[in-house]
Write a new protein. Structure first.
Length: 423
């Protein structure tokens, strides 16, 4: 495309009718095509949520009309300036549009990753080269997107994203890449870490269904069979021609720093640095999303359990970085605030772990219209304690909808900053 055919435009100046070109990876935006004519205000809000200041567009293919409001309707010239209440309403509507667009973008990327992983599972044995290529495309896209963000936040997703077969592996991929970047792992190392994280459990498909998820009810023989998924995963990884670094992640993701893991009972010094990352993120996700949902821990409980009861199982430096990354109250935690209201943590920026972004229960605001509150911008408000969802009053439970399955992705830090209703 020549410079005569395409020019740049500030995203704040976009209107319905502009023909735009989104020069991002296929997982980095929520649109089916990279080039298209804007048809709605929702599309404009989604582009603004991407975090880019300017975007390419083709003037000769564009026919923008007058500036539209967030509903897509062209406003008539006002008879008088909008009232302060109307300005506040317009601001809330714009923030809600951007907030929802950002969440949809994260969920689209997570769903695409889940679909790709399912395809890899189906093809790993019969078409290992194709499964490798699909894995590489997914990992490179997620890794590249993460590296493009100077500062990112971990975002809690909706309940019905992914499925049990893919949820765990995609969660471990996302958390491992975030932790790897925070630990200073370079781009090449992140790729190998991505392979190891995504494919660490690929051999579980060789097991009977009832043995794929670890359980206290297993007999000794069943536990031994379950643990053989590590060897099955390594065998499939070799068939896919994974690198030695990636295979070590697969082989060691159940090892422990204190030598209590399996299958080789390795110690911390014997484990690869990348495998130490996958071992930690794998256990954290298993605590939040166990095979038996009745035994699930909240994200805050899972992190606290790792730190207080399992710290000898993990590399001390890696665990310290992970706790800073996730924050004291990881996304998905249900909390009570200093003003006694209840809230759910939906996003955490690792550079400000004590100031997460939350959805607050407010009976004066419909839950579909609740704005994310950034505690960093609220000196008058903080978290008093973490609580179990079962402790919530029924109306608060219905409003906050705590997740039974915890799924994460990442987004540009600050993309959710909003406010809350003030009577």
């Amino acid at each position: 495309m020549s410079d005569l055919q395409a020019q740049f435009i500030d995203v704040d100046d976009l209107r319905i009718g502009h023909y735009v070109h989104i020069e991002l990876g296929w997982m980095a935006h929520p649109f089916p095509l990279n080039s298209f004519k804007l048809q709605s205000a929702d599309q404009i809000a989604a582009i603004r949520a991407l975090g880019v200041a300017r975007i390419r567009y083709s003037p000769e293919k564009s026919d923008p009309g007058p500036a539209a409001d967030e509903t897509g309707e062209t406003p008539q010239p006002p008879l008088s300036p909008p009232s302060p209440k109307e300005r506040e309403r317009q601001k809330r509507r714009a923030l809600l549009g951007e907030q929802n667009a950002s969440l949809r973008a994260c969920e689209r990327q997570y769903s695409q990753a889940s679909r790709t992983y399912r395809q890899v599972l189906e093809q790993a044995a019969a078409q290992p080269a194709k499964a490798y290529a699909q894995s590489q495309a997914l990992i490179d896209d997620v890794k590249g997107q993460l590296l493009d963000l100077e500062e990112s936040s971990i975002r809690l997703l909706s309940e019905q994203i992914g499925d049990r077969a893919s949820l765990h592996s995609v969660n471990v991929l996302v958390l491992s890449l975030l932790l790897g970047k925070a630990c200073g792992v370079g781009a090449a190392g992140l790729r190998e870490l991505g392979f190891g994280a995504l494919l660490h459990d690929i051999g579980k498909q060789e097991l009977p269904n009832r043995l794929r998820w670890d359980g206290e009810q297993f007999s000794g023989a069943e536990k031994k069979l379950h643990q053989e998924h590590v060897a099955h995963s390594v065998a499939l990884g070799k068939k896919m021609a994974l690198s030695d670094a990636a295979l070590l992640c697969v082989a060691q993701h159940h090892e422990a720093a204190n030598g209590s893991g399996y299958p080789m009972r390795l110690t911390n010094e014997q484990m690869s640095p990348l495998a130490r990352i996958v071992a930690l993120t794998n256990l954290y996700d298993n605590l939040c999303n166990p095979g038996n949902p009745a035994t699930a821990l909240t994200p805050h409980e899972a992190l606290s359990t790792i730190f207080t009861q399992m710290k000898t199982r993990f590399d001390e430096k890696t665990m310290g970085v992970f706790i800073r990354l996730m924050g004291v109250y990881p996304p998905g935690s249900v909390v009570q605030l200093t003003d006694d209201r209840y809230a759910m943590v939906v996003s955490v920026n690792s550079s400000r772990p004590l100031k997460p972004r939350i959805i607050v229960h407010d009976p004066q605001v419909l839950k579909e219209e609740a704005l994310v509150v950034d505690l960093e911008q609220r000196a008058d408000l903080g978290v008093r304690r973490s609580i179990k969802p079962v402790q919530l009053p029924r109306q608060v439970m219905d409003y906050l909808s705590p997740r039974q399955h915890i799924c994460y992705f990442f987004e540009r830090a600050g993309s959710l900053s909003g406010g809350e209703h003030r009577p």
